[in-house]
Write a protein that binds this ligand. Sequence first.
Ligand code: PLP
Length: 452
Amino acid sequence: MGISQIEMKYRERFYLSERQSQRARRIFPNGVTHDARHHEPFPVCVTEVDGCYKTTLEGHRLIDFWMGHGSLILGHGHPNVVKAVQDQILKGTHYSASHELEAEWGQLVVELVPSAEKVRFTNSGTEATLMALRLARIATGRSKVLKLAGHFHGWHDQLIPAADGTPADGNWRQPGISASVHDDLVVVPPNDISAVERAIAEHEPACVILEPTGGRWGAVPIRGEYLRQLRELTNRFGVLLVFDEVITGFRVSPGGAQQEYEVTPDLTTLAKILAGGLPGGCLAGRADLLEYLEYEHPSGLKMKHPGTYNGNPLSAAVGIAALREIQSGSACEVANESARYFREQLNRMFSEKGVNWVAYGDFSLTKILPNYRGVMPESDHFLPYKNEHRLIDQPISRELTRSFRSATLINGVDLMGWGAIMSAVHSKEVLDSSVTGISEAIDMLQQEKMIS
Ligand SMILES: Cc1ncc(COP(=O)(O)O)c(C=O)c1O
């Protein structure tokens, strides 16, 4: 197949990024340092960011809907965050000692997150979910873990299986992970509470872990009723409930999805907004569980937890600045309302163009489904295909995904896959131009006859 018009325009517009990518490919597999940044023919190379924009090597401004993979709800370069970095860098980035900032940072987590009686800092969300599972095993004396299909919890061995949409062949195992680790993982379909009940009865897991608004930030949305049922069920069977709020924490509301839905898990994993755009994560939760990290725990089962950069003063200073901004709730509210407006405008544009696409999502997280064959939304509280996960989470053709991404970038919009993560600084004007950019990208796909 010949090179498409979209690809030609993309190469022309991002010619310096292409050159940079050739260099990167000699160093990195696929030329990237995170799987999600992979794009063919090559990804754009960014040199600077501000507010809700990124600027490419060629000087093109893009409206950013990645926002630091979800960590920058306050936007790029929030003045208090910048000041926190500038002040702290002069005082040191690593003390190899306890310090006041870590306690202040932890105190904010305790104040904001309902389940957080105690906290331990990690370096990432992946480390936080790893820690949650180990702690759950120690506390319960059981080894299995139950997760929901399509939920993403980082890349460590125990939870990277079944992190994508339903695989065509139903095999969610991952290469490089030992059989015994796979055998300790029980995967159930999302939103099916009786499947969880059956799996708990059969496997007696140590814990159930999930993204509380739905896997991969709401691809198959979860709402309060399911969370309440899950809480009741896990309490009844003595299984620990872990909310992975790495994305939803400090975003859905200052206290995350658990505050919004008034369901308190036993353990909560946090990262991203927690550290205001710098590396950092934490496990928070019931004091009696976190106490397994203490020396001389009465059980004699101390969980070991080193980590060179845990609670480092730079991440702590920035995390404090960010969480203080989040505390009032207004950043979360603005981002939620902007995302609602964005979904509404996208759906209006899709129907005006007569394309069978749909935008959906909850809070400040938006997803787009092309080739949608279900009922169209009448309100923002809309669930495509009545939330039937096999329909909603179907794989989208790689060719369409790739061309749509190139076409949106040509038109100045940097979507995160088929979705958008909103910040509190995306104004209505910015969102209107994003909808125009996406509309023009759809025109390009139609010209290429990739969609009708
Ligand atoms: C819900 C969820 N959990 C865990 C992680 C892993 O966090 P990190 O990338 O900081 O390791 C992510 C990352 O995107 C996530 O979205």
